[in-house]
Design a protein around this ligand. Sequence first.
Ligand code: NAD
Length: 247
Amino acid sequence: MVKLDGKVAIVTGGSRGIGASISKELAANGVKVVINFNTSSEAAEQVVRDIESAGGTAFASQADVSDIAQSRVLVEDAINKYGRIDILVNNAGITRDRTFRKLSPEDWKQVIDVNLSSLYNMTSASLSHILESDAGRIINISSIIGQAGGYGQTNYAAAKAGIIGFTKSLALELAKTGVTVNAICPGFIETDMVAAVPEEIRQQIIAKIPVKRFGKPEEIARGVVYLCQDGAFITGHELSINGGMHM
Ligand code: NAD
């Protein structure tokens, strides 16, 4: 088992939801966490305070990870502060759900840029540092929608399926170096993204989940910690955490 104490992680979109939970769970295991946010600085600072009051180490860093220059600055910020990067969690994501015939070029581009191009931006900016780690980990948050498709989600499904292809290809390229690359595919998890869904539709979704409930952000976070601690022989994997909704 890898000792995570003293390792350094960047979590993109770490200010709320799944990213905040991943940041807290990593910090609880001794990881120094760079909590990236784009617009919600108060929420990111609150996550930092929560981590510090529990005895952990973290700081918040603003960057739009769909922009390559800002992604590079984020990585520089992490290096200036903590001197190394062991773990990159590409978690930032957005939806712009519309049926295909209503989907504008902007809806397409924004979702691809934030959910998928950010992986190129952040990985290319940080890889030379991650390669110096004795237990480098790249963990990409995909989605059940990338595995199964979703009505009104051609843009999001394409981005999330793209993450899986990216993960497997990079895993092959990096296998010899000891850096593992994995994707986590959450099902429906209780965060702001799912809270925005009308109650009637929420009940229809729960009816389709074999365990009959939404997942919790911590259930994704513990998957991340597992891949960091015990995952030296796990690479190129799609870890489904979805209550049995897609097998
Ligand atoms: P959320 O909307 O609560 O959080 C998304 C985070 O990404 C926020 O912190 C936001 O500030 C950040 N972000 C958005 N655009 C950004 C940008 N350009 N640069 C930097 N940060 C940016 O969503 P969540 O539910 O916590 O989702 C986290 C990840 O999990 C996303 O990739 C999402 O697609 C994925 N996911 C969520 C669910 C779910 O049911 N909630 C299911 C499957 C996959």
